[in-house]
Design a protein around this ligand. Structure first.
Ligand SMILES: Cc1cc2nc3c(=O)[nH]c(=O)nc-3n(C[C@H](O)[C@H](O)[C@H](O)COP(=O)(O)O)c2cc1C
Ligand code: SF4
Ligand code: SF4
Length: 252
């Protein structure tokens, strides 16, 4: 029986949710490669099935997630590429993910862009993925299974351009409310950029921080958050501009 290999980078947990949902449709032993923690080399076989999920960060896959993904090699391993975004724009991220997987000898058989609750602007795509998304994800997973069984490859064109848009550092401030912090150091352990000093979890090095949201999501005291004029000023405008529901897209 195949191993179902789930590979994901999911700072606020929704990309993992989508990948878990998709993988639940496949039989076989499930393995997790959580790229917030896993930063090593690994090779997969042609009997494995890889389901790979990345959030969209400013139209790209996150830089450190890409660096970690590049350490994982396929051997003609069938792969499903998924980018998960916050109802704004996919831009070049899905094309980038498919390219990286192909360069690393995965056999990309299908791809998808799914929508989840925006991890920075909490008023966008609230409650997603919802039951309608889940139904579509399950239908897609069934079609992927059929493709793998009949050895078919990816036929659809993936949207996006090369060269991809430049990486963009968002100007928002991630800060910590010292009066709430319980000094558990969970944020220090999870930060993929080592932007929170291990002797001072109240601090954040904003030059290193990718604004990924992992520390905000993991903090048991809700002490970490986006703050500052740039964030507060952008929020209403962004939430209004991205209020219209977008639907997941599937490429077979
Ligand atoms: C730094 C950053 C940049 C983002 N850029 C985009 C974007 O370009 N387009 C979009 O629709 N959503 C964007 N989002 C929202 C996330 O892609 C979305 O909320 C996703 O569900 C987060 O996945 P996670 O829950 O696995 O962390 C961004 C989020 C972050 C933290
Ligand atoms: S400090 Fe920045 S990079 Fe580190 S976990 Fe928090 S948001 Fe992500
Ligand atoms: S996770 Fe929250 S409570 Fe724990 S050290 Fe970080 S900011 Fe403080």
């Amino acid at each position: 029986m195949s191993n179902v290999v789930k590979i994901y980078f999911s700072p606020s947990g929704t990309t993992k949710k989508v990948i878990d949902q998709m993988a639940g449709n496949f039989e076989g032993n499930q393995e997790n490669y959580d790229l917030l923690n896993f930063n090593s080399q690994k090779e997969f076989s042609s009997d494995d099935i890889a389901i790979v999920g990345m959030p969209v960060f400013a139209g790209r896959i996150p830089k450190s997630a890409r660096d970690r993904l590049e350490k994982l090699k396929g051997n003609d391993t069938p792969a499903i590429a998924v980018v998960n975004y916050g109802n704004a724009h996919v831009t070049d991220s899905l094309l980038e993910l498919v390219d990286v997987l192909k360069e690393n000898s995965f056999n990309v058989i299908a791809a998808a862009s799914t929508i989840s609750h925006h991890s920075i602007f909490s008023g966008v795509a609230v409650g997603r993925p919802d039951s309608s998304d889940i139904e579509k994800i399950n239908e897609f997973a069934e079609k992927c299974q059929e493709k793998i069984e009949s050895n078919e490859s990816l036929n659809s064109e993936i949207p996006g351009n090369r060269p991809y848009v430049d990486y963009k550092q968002l100007p928002f401030v991630v800060s910590c409310d010292e009066t709430l912090c319980a000094f558990c150091y969970d944020c220090v352990s999870i930060c993929p950029e080592h932007a929170i000093p291990d002797d001072d979890p109240v601090d954040t090095d904003l030059d290193l921080c990718s604004r990924c949201t992992a520390c905000i999501s993991i903090c048991p005291e809700d002490a970490r958050m986006f703050t500052g004029d740039a964030f507060e000023g952008k929020k209403p405008e962004f939430e209004k501009a991205n209020s219209e529901r977008k639907e997941p897209e599937f490429y077979l």
